[in-house]
Ligand binder design. Structure first.
Ligand code: SAH
Ligand code: SF4
Length: 423
């Protein structure tokens, strides 16, 4: 029998949706795919590689969406490009800004499906939280996304598109025609005028400095698309984000972890959340398939981790569920047992409508953190961001979706077993 909450992942990433106008979307094509697509569009073989490099630069380095602005490409070639291709962005169905500056976008893709994406500004960095799927097949009990049905995997273009859109919204492209080293105007104050260009077009001058694959969905259940998308994001001649500034979070898809380390090579975060089989089975149901020992074994073997690039263990603080002193001590023991280069991120539970849990008290979280620190492992408490606009960890959901089959099965099984009290 299918274990409620454990549905096999969609095995093959869905192909790029054919556009009604027959044109091909450039954002999301890998460089070899772009070269091949240019040849199909009639660009001579010999010129295709060079043209691809030019288009790549305009699209990913300058943020240009209009072929007419690609000044170093001949006019007739630009016309061929415009006839066969499009440089698009996901449509913004809703944009919200939190009182703490966090921004959330509800994105609508070509087929009408929606996913959310969040930008979290900090003093020393700006982190974009990117979604990998519309919905999720896994039903972690404390996660709002987990109550959604998995609609589909996002394509590479839809994943990269989230980064492009954030760059647009933050005004981070260099102005076309501007001297190299000058970014586009950023209009982020209250007046009606564009701000003057400022800052250098460099990592230091950018607002979007980090990416976390911690939005909607399980990135390792959409491996090929996530790999292609992050390859594009890391390409040094384009968006150019370093693998050290990208973190992929998994709930524990053990069979894909080694490949993630070898083929993507970004930082790893693991949603551990519990230290006993009983509790983890309940709150992170994928544990029934890949248990804690298997998961920590895969962490020990993760190729892209070392003392300089530690694995982050995410641990949501649920009152009276996983937050005791014994839990904290067991967490230290497990990390030591597997000799993991690790840090722990304690996440105060973010509530959502209908959630079953309460957040641990601040004193309890502080005590838990202290025990882990005393065990020699860094365990900071993640400051909740964007709660007022439902943008914090685990609060993302696109409203149009209904409760998943697995969630319904689980609820009715629980009711039958008398687990849910009448209140
Ligand atoms: N699917 C991936 C990545 C997305 S979730 C994963 O599960 O790792 C990003 C993080 O937020 C995960 O650690 C997740 O467990 C945590 N999270 C989910 N719901 C939460 C909630 N309500 N409060 C706090 N953290 C939550
Ligand atoms: Fe899916 Fe991650 Fe939410 Fe679990 S925590 S339901 S894996 S998005």
């Amino acid at each position: 029998m299918q274990i409620p909450g454990l549905i096999d992942p969609v095995p093959v990433p869905r192909a790029v949706t054919a556009r009604a106008d027959g044109r091909t979307a450039i954002v999301g094509l890998t460089r070899p795919e772009l070269i091949a697509a240019l040849v199909v569009a009639g660009i001579p073989d010999k010129a295709a590689k060079m043209r691809a490099a030019q288009v790549w630069h305009w699209v990913y380095n300058r943020g240009v969406v209009n072929f007419d602005l690609m000044a170093n490409i001949a006019k007739d070639t630009r016309a061929v490009l415009a006839e066969h291709f499009v440089v698009g962005r996901p449509e913004i169905a809703q944009a919200q800004v939190s009182t703490d500056g966090t921004r959330k976008w509800l994105l609508r893709f070509d087929d009408g499906n929606e996913a959310e994406c969040v930008f979290i500004p900090d003093a020393d960095r700006g982190t974009l939280c990117v979604s990998a799927q519309v919905g999720c097949t896994l039903n972690c009990r404390f996660c709002f996304t987990g109550t959604m049905k998995l609609v589909r995997n996002l394509t590479p273009g839809e994943i990269v598109g989230q980064v492009m859109l954030a760059r647009d919204a933050l005004g981070e492209w260099p102005a076309v025609g501007a001297k190299p080293g000058v970014v586009a105007a950023r209009d982020d104050d209250d007046d009606d005028e564009d701000d003057a260009p400022r800052g250098n077009y460099s990592v230091e001058g950018r607002m979007l400095t980090n990416i976390v694959m911690m939005g909607m969905g399980e990135p390792l259940y959409n491996f090929e698309s996530v790999k292609a998308a992050l390859g594009i994001v890391m390409d040094a001649t384009g968006l150019g984000l370093s693998k050290r500034r990208i973190t992929l979070s998994t709930s524990g898809v053990v069979p894909m972890m080694a490949r993630a380390g070898e083929e993507i090579g970004v930082n790893l975060a693991v949603s551990l959340h519990a230290v006993t089989k009983e509790v983890r089975d309940e709150i992170v149901p994928i544990n029934k398939r890949y248990g804690i020992d298997e998961l920590l074994g895969a962490c020990a073997a993760y190729p892209a981790a070392n003392n300089a690039r530690r694995i982050t263990f995410e641990y949501v603080m649920l009152k009276d569920k996983n937050d005791s002193d014994d839990d904290a001590r067991e967490l230290v023991r497990l990390i030591r047992k597997y000799r993991l280069p690790a840090k722990v991120n304690l996440i105060p539970f973010n509530p959502w409508p209908g959630s079953d849990y309460l957040c641990s008290d601040p004193e309890r979280i502080a005590r838990f953190s202290e025990i882990v620190f005393r065990g020699g492992i860094s365990a900071p408490v993640r400051r909740p961001r964007g709660r007022d606009i439902m943008a914090a960890c685990g609060q993302l959901k696109s409203a149009s979706e209904k409760v998943s089959r697995a969630e319904l099965d689980r609820r009715s099984a629980e009711k039958e077993a008398g687990w849910v009290d009448a209140a």
